[in-house]
Design a protein around this ligand. Structure first.
Ligand code: ADP
Ligand code: MG
Length: 714
């Protein structure tokens, strides 16, 4: 679609997805209905209708220009995988036909051995299966000259272990749905068959000119700059945020949106972010599994369009030191399928009580499992961001806002003073107030903030798939809902009326979870002190935080809710440590390469120039009549440059040995600790000297594009 022909979005929205409309048109009535029922119930497609659905899907895909299909899935690599097969088949009589069977639709068999299994392969067969998740619509992906039919699938081993990130997410959605239904039943809301969790991931990103990107091996290999002096103008003026979007970027955004709309992905807002060249795209929230698929597609399409437009897309959490990094704000809520949002205070006493009970469950769950939640977003990139006073700290606390704070305090103390608080009305049911929905105060520093009818988990990294944090959120919520439910049941058993039991559970829940509530500035020392006083986990880096995955109590929770088996947790733990170590190893070697082949040669050359010009000066000094003082300062200049260069050379030589030491360490976790404690600080020490030199060396001799160029040239 060209820019000249602006077409109404509704006329092409979802044109490349096999959504409800396409299904209705392509499938016989009976099969259409069966498929819809399957999707609504979140169940597997019955085998006997798969053939008909596959045929309809193939016809639709081919009419739209598709020649191949692929099972599209999320292996534990942090990205997506696909292997394309043509519809093309040779018939028994030798003629060429295009075929797509029910079996091919619902099940695939990629070679599992080429994807990480975190050690499960040694105990299980290497075979893996992909199976269609009909709740996520099939879509057509453009690429090269043609289109490919992509079928969103789960990826499991021969024995049913999850080899992907989607299977656990779907399981966690089931777990939280069942727990919520049980609790709703207690609260007098019966007949609910499904409760959904929703996610709206706001995606931050950097766009820089591709010509700079390709000249920076660090960006190409690691996604971040390992060196680079800060430009005189950073983001001090904060004039970028919500500022006007440059035309070239706007065009990029428009093209991304068009592609997303074609795929039925509801991109909603776009704006500049705090840092120069940093932007954000926010979609309208969707059911968590669909939102998670869609976020992966958003990242993929953003990358493709950037490439086409001469940009490089940077999704790494902290591509530039000293400049704000990028995150993903995962807006999360829970609601009855097709109905009430359970985190919406509503305006009846009943909805208010339900809201409070679910709110208490969130507080309980996040309090009890804050370390797991933190671990769910631990990564190399996020380590640079969390706690760097620009993104939430590594401590998870919950922000509720003034109004809700007052309400909870009042309920706890038994003094709901409603006359003084205009926004709160008591409609007469016990002491529980009706809560007005207008929340205006926001705390941008909080990692987990209530924003009116949802929570916003802000510690997710910009490059991370949201499936993992949402899986953890759903699971901790399932556990907490059951916990609240059990408390209410115990109180009823001890003789309280149901209403009193519910109110008592709310009141006790408020008291028990006070420690997780924090309304202040999360970037402050006060938060760090509060965390220590309250005993809140404060894990600064990935190796430190990743350990909690395998703590027995956490494993028990995942196993109890059927989200992960103990083996699956183990495998994920292994994969994540390995990925961390590999990632830092690549960073270390890339830094070495850049320093040895670019920085040191550039500085040496410049030093040579300075040296010869100094020598010439010495030779001519008498003739010129140069004073000793002038000599001294020029000599000092050369000396300081030479000293810094020598220091850089020494540090680099030491660093080569440090990298060798890493190789000799046996256990992966020990390696990871060594990376965090030794490799990263050593890299930083090199960087400090190199950045100092960058600011002294003749620009024409410095091969690497500078921060100023990358961040301020359009
Ligand atoms: P902001 O936080 O920037 O003020 P909004 O609150 O409007 O913006 O929305 C931010 C994101 O939260 C959007 O992606 C939006 O779709 C999503 N969102 C809104 N309501 C919900 C909800 N009930 N559950 C999950 N996500 C939601
Ligand atoms: Mg937000």
């Amino acid at each position: 679609m060209s820019n000249e022909t602006r077409v109404q979005v509704t006329s092409y929205y979802g044109a490349l997805t096999f959504g409800t409309e396409a299904m209705r048109q392509r499938l016989p009535k009976e099969e259409f209905k069966a498929l819809q029922d399957t999707i609504k119930a979140g169940k597997k497609l019955p085998g006997d209708i798969a053939g008909v659905v596959a045929h309809g899907m193939k016809e639709w895909a081919m009419e739209n220009g598709a020649t191949h299909y692929t099972h599209w899935f999320q292996p534990m690599t942090g990205s997506t995988a696909e292997k394309h097969d043509a519809f093309l088949t040779i018939d028994r009589d030798g003629s060429v036909i295009e075929r797509f069977s029910g079996e091919q639709l619902i099940q695939g068999e990629p070679d599992a051995s080429s994807f990480p299994s975190g050690g499960m392969r040694s105990t299980f067969e290497a075979r893996g299966y992909t199976a269609w998740d009909p709740t996520s619509p099939a879509f057509l992906m453009k690429g090269g000259k043609g289109l490919t039919l992509c079928i969103p699938t789960v990826f499991i081993s021969y024995h049913g272990e999850a080899l992907d990130e989607k299977t656990p997410l779907l399981r966690s959605m089931d777990a939280v749905s069942n727990a919520a239904i049980r609790l709703l039943e207690t609260l007098g809301v019966s007949g609910v068959t499904k409760v959904n969790t929703y996610a709206g991931p706001e995606q931050e990103y950097f766009l820089i000119d591709k010509k700079f990107y390709t000249q920076r091996p660090d960006l190409v290999m690691c996604g971040r700059t390992l060196l680079g002096a800060l430009p005189p103008k950073g983001q001090q003026l904060e004039d970028h945020y919500f500022g006007s979007i440059p035309d070239r970027v706007l065009e990029y955004m428009q093209e991304v949106e068009e592609e997303l709309f074609l795929l039925g992905i509801p991109a909603k807002t776009r704006h500049n972010e705090v840092a120069p060249h940093q932007f954000e795209l926010a979609p309208i929230f969707e059911q968590a599994n669909i939102a998670s698929d869609h976020n992966l597609l958003v990242m993929e399409i953003m990358r493709k369009v950037a490439d086409k437009k001469g940009f490089a897309l940077l999704l790494f959490e902290k591509p530039f030191a000293g400049i704000n990094g990028s995150g993903k704000h995962n807006n999360w809520s829970i609601g009855i399928d097709g109905g009430v949002n359970l985190l919406d205070p509503g305006d009846t006493p009943e909805s208010n009580i339900n809201f409070l009970v679910f709110l208490i469950a969130v507080l309980k769950g996040v309090y009890k499992r804050s370390a797991v939640l933190r671990a769910s977003v631990a990564s190399i990139g996020n380590d640079h961001r969390l706690g760097a006073n620009e993104a939430p700290p590594a401590v998870v606390t919950v922000f509720l806002g003034d109004l809700l704070e007052k309400v909870l305090d009042a309920i706890e103390s038994g003094k709901v003073d409603l006359k003084t608080e205009k926004q709160i009305l008591n409609l007469g049911l016990g002491q529980l107030p009706v809560i007005n929905k207008d929340y205006t105060d926001r705390n941008r520093t909080s990692p987990f903030a209530f924003t009116g009818n949802k929570f916003e988990f802000r510690a997710v990294g910009s490059s991370q798939p949201v499936s993992v944090p949402n899986t953890v959120l759903n699971t901790l919520m399932a556990e907490a809902l059951d916990d609240v439910n059990a408390e209410i049941a115990a109180k009823i058993k001890s003789g309280l009326s149901k209403d009193d039991a519910i109110q008592a559970a709310i009141r006790e829940g408020i008291t028990a979870t006070k420690n997780i509530r924090y309304q202040g500035d999360n970037y402050s020392d006060d938060l760090q002190k509060a965390a220590a006083q309250r005993g809140l986990p404060n894990m600064k880096n990935t190796p430190e935080s990743i350990r909690v995955w395998i703590e027995k109590d956490n494993v028990d929770m995942f196993v109890k809710y059927g989200v992960f088996s103990a083996e699956e947790i183990d495998s994920r733990y292994n994969i994540r440590i390995e990925r961390y170590v590999k990632g830092i190893d690549i960073e270390a070697r890339t830094l070495l390469l850049i320093v040895k082949t670019m920085v040191i040669p550039d500085v040496s050359e410049y030093q040579g120039d300075l040296g010869s010009s100094f020598n010439n000066l010495v030779a001519a000094a008498e003739v010129i009549g140069l004073s000793d003082e002038a000599f001294k300062s020029q000599a000092g200049h050369l000396k300081s440059l030479a000293e810094d260069l020598s220091k850089l050379i020494d540090l680099t030589a030491e660093f080569e040995e440090t990298i060798e030491e890493l190789e000799e360490i046996e256990g992966e976790l020990d390696k990871a600790d060594f990376c965090a404690a030794t490799i990263l600080p050593a890299m930083n020490a090199i960087r400090i000297v190199a950045d100092k030199l960058e600011l002294q060396v003749d620009r024409s001799r410095w091969q690497l594009p500078t921060y100023s160029e990358m961040l301020f040239e359009h």
